[in-house]
Write a protein that binds this ligand. Structure first.
Ligand code: FES
Ligand SMILES: [Fe+2]
Length: 373
């Protein structure tokens, strides 16, 4: 096989990774007694908040005859199906009442479960743990416990006061295209142009060091690109040489970035969440301890990042048109190497799950990549 053929053979598998925590929706969309619909990995969910403010997530289909539970009522404790009034505990999914039963009918109501999922609030988002298919509680089984808690936005100094902001955008492409679009350095000069930002002519050669980390890879600490926005802001505070940035990618869909300038920092956790096979959503949550005094800081940030994300969204919307006709990809070195690592990580992860083996990291050590952007 010549090099050209190998390139043509790379096709995304569009497989979604189960057994992880995913961002379902911004926490401020959940009101008291409200039932909100959400979809993660083609799984229909109904999400709410109980009387104490604790979030919960259930499968959005009644175990009786499939009515979406999101059409029902919620009293702050139990969800009542709108079809025959079966009632379920919002957290465990355990059935509490079947109104049609007569006093001499002995059906054990508490042996019935609506599917429920581990659910937690973290950094302004509701996260839901999506287990391997077939393990979700429903029918006569209890929901499985989730291992650990959702990932957090990095905070270099936990004691610092900080400000956060988030933004989201839906993309009509598979999670794979969403993720590799996020880690791809070569589209910058063409997609992210703005007079106040950079022009196509600022393109120059770059060299970055990467190293393997558990279930992912790290772009090692370096001085951020001179044409990046946070860098331009931080230059007001610190010497160019004192500014460093670290970017991690970790399965299934996490991009963590930390920029430091002395005691100041700016960090973000970006996720690309599979909604369905051909649809994903990008959520960026940023935290920073610089410009805290700036009353419109979060607004300014939302404006700057919102522009980028919108440019990416529009690009992927157009790309989705082409993808209908050409599912192949041509990933080239070095600019697309991170994308190749992503596919390898995913493959190794699936392999280790399938064979119940230890995860084998596709990278054996540090690598230097070069590209122009
Ligand atoms: S379908 Fe839900 S109670 Fe019958
Ligand atoms: Fe982009």
């Amino acid at each position: 096989m010549n090099e050209f053929e190998t390139l043509q053979r790379q096709t995304p598998d569009s497989l979604m990774l189960f057994g992880f925590w995913y961002r379902a929706l911004p926490a401020d969309r959940l009101g008291q007694r409200k039932l909100v619909k959400a979809t993660l990995l083609e799984t229909p969910l109904v999400i709410g908040r109980d009387r104490e403010g604790r979030p919960f997530a259930m499968h959005d289909a009644c175990p009786h005859r499939g009515m979406p539970l999101s059409c029902g009522n919620f009293d702050g404790e139990q969800v009542e199906c709108s079809y025959h009034g079966w009632r379920f505990d919002a957290h465990t999914g355990q059935c509490q009442l079947i109104p049609s039963l007569t006093s001499d009918q002995k059906l054990k109501v508490d042996r019935i479960y609506a599917g429920s999922y581990a659910c937690q609030e973290q950094d302004g988002f509701i996260w839901v743990y999506i287990p391997e298919p077939g393990t979700a509680g429903a029918g006569f089984t209890k929901a499985p416990e989730a291992p650990g808690s959702p990932p957090e936005v990095p905070r270099p100094n936990v004691a610092d006061k900080y400000v956060t902001a988030y933004l989201s955008a839906e993309m009509p492409v598979s999670v794979d295209h969403g993720i590799i679009g996020l880690m791809d350095p070569a589209h910058g000069p063409f997609v992210h142009q703005a007079w106040w930002w950079r022009s196509r002519h600022s393109i120059h050669e770059k060299q970055k060091n990467f190293e393997p980390i558990p279930y992912g890879f790290r772009m090692s600490a370096h001085t951020p690109s001179s044409n990046s926005a946070p860098y331009k802001l931080l230059r007001l505070y610190a010497d160019a040489s004192a500014i460093t940035t670290t970017i991690d990618f970790v399965l299934p869909n996490l991009r963590l970035e930390t920029i430091r300038a002395g005691k100041y920092w700016f960090s973000s956790l970006t996720t690309v969440t599979p909604i369905t096979r051909n649809h994903c959503r990008i959520d960026v949550v940023a935290a920073w301890n610089i410009f805290r005094w700036l009353p419109f800081g979060p607004t300014l940030l939302k404006f700057v990042f919102g522009k980028f994300v919108e440019q990416d969204r529009r690009t992927m919307e157009k790309q989705a048109e082409g993808l209908k006709h050409n599912p192949h990809m041509m990933l080239i070195d070095d600019a697309d190497r991170p994308a190749k690592w992503y596919f390898q990580l995913k493959q190794e992860y699936l392999e280790s799950r399938r064979n119940a083996e230890e995860f084998r990291h596709p990278m054996s050590g540090p690598v230097t990549l070069k590209w122009r952007s």
